[in-house]
Design a protein around this ligand. Structure first.
Ligand SMILES: [Ca+2]
Ligand SMILES: [Ca+2]
Length: 65
């Protein structure tokens, strides 16, 4: 699954950002949702953009998408 697809499926209210509640709605294997969310929320605004989400582990920065 592409990272963007994953992000889109997480963004249940379709505002273009994934908040902590949306993020917590899926399974996380590498820690608690809170920990992973904070690790990925690069600017600490409480919302994940697609860029933040995709740079956090399911894709590498600099890939051509
Ligand atoms: Ca959202
Ligand atoms: Ca953010």
């Amino acid at each position: 699954m592409m990272c963007q697809d994953r992000f889109t499926s997480l963004d249940t209210n379709k505002d273009g950002k994934v908040d902590e509640a949306e993020f917590a709605a899926i399974e996380h294997r590498r820690g608690t949702p809170e920990e992973i969310f904070k690790a990925r929320d690069a600017n600490a605004d409480g919302l994940l953009t697609m860029e933040e989400f995709c740079s956090g582990g399911c894709g590498r920065r600099g890939r051509s998408w």
